[in-house]
Design a protein around this ligand. Structure first.
Ligand SMILES: [Zn+2]
Length: 156
């Protein structure tokens, strides 16, 4: 029996999810694939600059797990940068901390992930319109192969 994967919390999915080095034809281009939680680890530690303990707390994982994810992420980025490979950010075992909803009248609000699973909102809290929609955690127009993975990982 496999263990049920523990979801890592992420605040957001990067807007840009594919990076390609200049001057390398696609047919010989190699790719490294960064999971969404690996990208989040880089963001928290190297971009925002939190201590590892704080990063781990924010992602709802242990410090050793965070350390391992961060190490894997840095290794992949180094591999891509120094060996001229493309970087794709997709998939993983994560959940969004919250999901943004819009109503037909233009109101928007955020619903925490666990609330959305246990009791999905039915009405806009402002105007009580039932015509509401959740924004999916992928870019509109992103038809890359990561889309299904990201959605699956975020919702299941
Ligand atoms: Zn509304």
């Amino acid at each position: 029996m496999g263990r049920i994967p523990k979801f890592r919390c992420v605040d957001s999915i990067p807007e840009v999810t594919f990076f390609k080095p200049v001057g390398i034809p696609y047919r010989v281009l190699e790719e490294v694939c960064l999971s969404v939680e690996e990208a989040e680890a880089i963001r928290l530690k190297d971009l925002v600059g939190f201590e590892q303990t704080e990063c781990a707390r924010r992602m709802n994982i242990s410090r050793p797990t965070f350390h391992r994810i961060l190490g894997a992420a840095r290794g992949k980025l180094a591999n891509a940068l120094l060996n001229g490979k493309a970087i794709r950010i997709e998939g993983g075992t994560f959940e969004m901390k919250k999901r943004r909803f819009f109503c037909i009248n233009g109101h928007q609000w955020d619903v925490p992930f666990h609330d959305m699973i246990s009791a999905p909102p039915r009405l806009c809290p402002t105007c009580e319109s039932p015509n509401i929609i959740a924004i999916q955690p992928h870019k509109p127009g992103d038809r890359g192969r990561g889309r299904g993975n990201i959605r699956k990982a975020a919702i299941e």
